[in-house]
Design a protein around this ligand. Structure first.
Ligand code: BTN
Length: 321
């Protein structure tokens, strides 16, 4: 850990108390002068401190994503092969594809804004500065790990649970992986598999998550569907930490039937009439179930038969008529 990170760690660990330059200098074994310079440096990076006779305290409105800030909320120590936090990047998923990832560790890429956030079906994901979380967690598939087709649903539940824990808000999942709050899409998930150049099999997975915390204006074309949690007070480090805890838990302790219950409980389309589009052809029907493979079973209005919808090239709209 570099000196800046060590000092951030001490401030994040002591969120509500004042700490002195002397204490910091002893803890990191550097002179008071160097500590003061580092604090200035942090202020230039946007950190805000309250000061009094006892020393410095992180201002409670200070909500900056940092590695030590995230570590504070991880249930288990996690070793990351790569850990990047960008102020701005084209896409955290794209960048993740350039990383060298190894067997046993995750890689994590987070950005405060994206200029080319990517969504499903070739869409873009609006990722304005500071009002959302844009992150990608990637890992190498291992034989005993869960089937990649379940990852997308796992990621939806991981994010739902993190939001619910921190805010108490009820979040809904629109199959397969859009999260809704107050009838608006607040989170999108793009899972991508990278194949091994030698045998063509998928050997690593990138789970990209875009969560709107406080974004309150959206481009015209998505303004009637996109929304946010309308909450700028949620600790970004804490919600990222919780999302990682949940992902890590489900990736390593996956029990399909328990999991499916949790997923279905949050579904906003089960037992609802939907329109669905396959290759731009519109169908309508009643959602009757989600099966063990995460597929959606729809009773087709016209054929009166069950259509099995897999992820991929399918768009689902809740039929409000
Ligand atoms: C969708 O709603 O279609 C999926 C959106 C996924 C957006 C996230 S933001 C972080 C990661 N990087 C990207 O470029 N996309 C995903």
């Amino acid at each position: 850990m570099n000196l800046n990170d060590k000092i951030i760690q001490l401030f994040e660990n002591n969120r509500n108390s004042y700490i002195s330059i002397k204490y910091l200098s002893e803890k990191v074994n550097k002179s008071k002068k160097i500590i003061k310079e580092n604090i200035k440096d942090l202020e230039n990076k946007g950190y805000m401190f309250k000061k009094n006779i006892k020393g410095y305290c992180l201002d409670k409105t200070c909500n900056i994503i940092s590695k030590p800030g995230i570590y504070l909320f991880l249930n288990n120590y996690i070793n990351f092969d790569n850990f990047y936090i960008f102020d701005e990047i084209d896409s955290t998923n794209l960048f993740s594809k350039t990383l060298n990832i190894t067997e046993n560790n995750y890689s994590l890429v987070i950005a405060n804004s994206q200029t080319n956030g990517r969504g499903r079906l070739g869409r873009t994901f609006y990722s304005p500065k500071d009002t959302g979380i844009y992150m990608s967690l990637s890992y190498k598939c291992k034989k005993d790990m869960i089937n990649p087709i379940n990852i997308t649903s796992i990621a939806s539940v991981a994010v739902c649970k993190a939001i619910e824990k921190l805010t108490g808000k009820t979040i809904g999942i629109k199959w397969v992986n859009d999260l809704f709050f107050n009838d608006r899409k607040i989170c999108g998930i793009l899972t991508e598999g990278l194949s091994n150049s030698e045998n063509g099999y998928i050997d690593s997975i990138i789970v990209g998550i875009g969560l709107n915390l406080s974004t309150n204006s959206f481009p015209e074309e998505i303004s009637n569907i996109a929304g946010s949690l309308c909450d700028s007070t949620i600790s970004k480090n804490e919600i990222i930490g919780e999302i990682i805890n949940n992902l890590d838990y489900y990736l390593n302790n996956f029990n399909n039937s328990d999991f499916l219950e949790i997923y279905k409980d949050r579904s906003i389309i089960l037992n609802k009439k939907i329109n669905y589009y396959i290759n731009n052809i519109k169908y309508s029907g009643l959602c009757v179930d989600i099966n063990n493979d995460g597929e959606l079973l729809v009773l087709n209005d016209e054929t009166k038969k069950i259509d099995i919808l897999r992820t991929g090239e399918i768009t689902v709209r809740i039929n409000k008529e």
